[in-house]
Design a protein around this ligand. Structure first.
Ligand SMILES: Nc1nc2c(ncn2[C@@H]2O[C@H](COP(=O)(O)OP(=O)(O)O)[C@@H](O)[C@H]2O)c(=O)[nH]1
Ligand SMILES: [Mg+2]
Length: 179
């Protein structure tokens, strides 16, 4: 298991000051590493205790939203797709307006929401979320890609609150293996 050397972030959700604001958790990582599957697992495990919404990002489709809806992990109307067009990194990293509006719409429509999960449409190790969009993020790697994937680094590795692979998830304080 890799040592967790991530710096602590100063950005925290101000949910106490604004009860209508959810905790916004980004799930980033290359395509096919298991982001949607991780979101489905979190929803299945926690939807009984927490009020959850999901925003997915795809370039030209709503593929991930349709996958999550068909998996039945949440009521379908709580899962919304942002079609980013062109580079999906921009929508989660630079101009977060579309995603932020989607998150805020969910928070209004299902108030009070405890948690909004935002899945990136990233395709490489550089796609991390803007702190203007999320309060914390998980970065998902695929161990089937080999150890080089983690060693070659990228902004996704030092920044997120925790990392996961298709086998294990390594937050700062706990370990959870699901397959
Ligand atoms: N063996 C295994 N396969 C997984 C796991 N998580 C996801 N997958 C598979 O990996 C593929 C891509 O998963 P997906 O969640 O769509 O990845 P995404 O593109 O990052 O959202 C799918 O075929 C999943 O069934 C896991 O924990 N173990
Ligand atoms: Mg996905």
């Amino acid at each position: 298991m890799p040592e967790n050397t991530a710096p602590k972030t100063n950005h925290t959700a101000d949910t106490a000051a604004d009860p209508s604001r959810s905790l916004r958790l980004g799930v980033a990582g290359p395509v096919g590493t298991g982001k949607s599957s991780l979101i489905a697992t979190i929803c299945r495990a926690m939807a009984g205790e927490l009020s959850i919404g999901v925003i997915t990002n795809d370039i030209y489709t709503d593929e991930d939203a349709r996958f999550l809806r068909s998996a039945g992990v949440l009521p379908a109307e709580r899962i919304r797709a942002v079609e980013t067009g062109a580079c999906p990194h921009t929508a989660i990293r630079d101009d977060v307006t579309t995603n932020l509006l989607a998150v805020e719409d969910l928070e209004v429509d299902f108030a009070p929401l405890d948690l909004v999960l935002v899945e990136s449409g990233g395709d490489n190790l550089t796609a991390t979320f803007s702190p203007a969009l999320v309060d914390a993020q998980i970065f998902v790697l695929d161990v089937a890609g080999g150890g080089d994937v983690a060693r070659k680094g990228g902004p996704g590795l030092p920044g997120p609150t925790c990392w996961s692979s298709t086998r294990s998830i390594w937050p700062r304080t706990w370990t959870w293996t699901w397959t």
